[in-house]
Design a protein around this ligand. Structure first.
Ligand code: PMP
Length: 311
């Protein structure tokens, strides 16, 4: 796996910009013990010529991040506007010269000995940045399996929010996939329907239609997923959000993952069965090309998705 994760020198922690080495918590921290935290993941694309970073769908990421405390039933000290300002300030301070990934993080920072969110009702906010290349290969098809683990359900740990503790579910699916010689996993939900990847949404193509599990299928409501749907509709491609059966994966003409980390990563094999003719399909290829241009702010049609700042 090609993953570059060098941290950038400055982070935001306990209300201040500090060197990343100083952004540390106690071993007793509630969030560390119980996963009582939630996070976001935002990409910024560096343009050497202009010296600008194009941050992709910042407002949408902050909006989703701000919805997590509402789902959990706790409070966050910061407003969306304040967090947006901190993101932009940190990006400027770190002067990145590569593509970056920003990680907003809110966590139960007390050292209370119980996952009692009533006692620890206000979460702290922190933010750091890393350099990040491809998280999954994007230049070749990947081989994936259907996981034997089920995706956490809305009534257990809501998948609509990016809750830290729930990522043990993703970790176990990914571990199983890698141990069995695959590169990524597809989760089914408790109803046995297709949900998503370990940390990315999933699309298939059947008879020229783009199909993806609906938001009620225990998926994270991905911002990349929404962007792909918007691009597809603009291109006149029919998009269907619905229940997807496992065996539809085996008869799909094309399949791909998408996400902030994953970008658009196409799938050539599922459970040892070839997807289409194991080549990058025409619909995936078209959406991928437009998406890759859009995230960099190079497609005028989608310019409003990008916040460009000179660094
Ligand atoms: N599903 C899960 C479980 C994820 O962690 C992610 C990554 N945030 C996604 C889907 C993709 O969402 P987005 O496009 O908003 O990054």
């Amino acid at each position: 796996m090609i993953m570059k994760t060098a941290p950038l020198p400055i982070a935001y922690f306990k209300g201040k910009f500090v060197p990343i080495e100083e952004a540390n918590v106690s071993i007793m921290t509630n969030a560390l013990q119980y996963g009582t935290a939630f996070f976001g993941g935002i990409r910024g694309y560096f343009n050497k010529e202009s010296g600008c970073i194009s941050i992709f769908r910042l407002d949408d990421h902050i909006r989703r991040f701000s919805q997590s405390p509402r789902v959990i039933g706790i409070k966050l000290k910061y407003t969306s506007e304040e967090m947006k300002k901190i993101v932009l300030e940190l990006a400027k301070k770190n002067k990145p010269q590569t593509d970056i990934y920003l990680r907003p993080f809110a966590y139960a920072s007390s050292t209370n000995l119980s996952p009692n969110l009533e006692e620890d009702n206000i979460f702290d906010f922190a933010l750091y940045m890393i350099e990040l290349g491809d998280y999954l290969p994007t230049n070749r098809g990947i081989s994936v399996c259907v996981s034997s683990w089920r995706r956490v359900s809305d009534n257990a740990i809501p998948s609509r929010a990016k809750i830290s503790g729930s990522y043990i579910n993703s970790g176990m699916a990914k571990l199983e996939a890698l141990r069995h010689g695959y590169e990524e996993a597809i989760f089914l939900n408790e109803d046995g329907h297709v949900a998503e990847g370990s940390a990315m949404n999933l699309f298939i193509v059947r008879n020229g239609k783009l199909i993806t599990p609906a938001v009620s299928e225990n998926i994270l409501e991905g911002i990349t997923r929404r962007s792909i749907i918007e691009i597809a509709l603009d291109e006149g491609i029919e998009v269907v959000e619905r229940v997807v059966d496992r065996t539809e994966l085996y008869v799909a003409d094309e399949a791909f993952f998408c996400g902030t980390g994953a970008k658009v990563s196409w799938i050539s094999q599922i459970d040892g069965r070839e997807v289409g003719d194991e080549k990058l399909g025409p619909i995936t290829s078209k959406l991928r090309d437009i998406f890759f241009k859009a995230v960099k702010g190079d497609d005028l049609k989608y310019e409003s998705w990008c916040t460009k700042i000179s660094v």
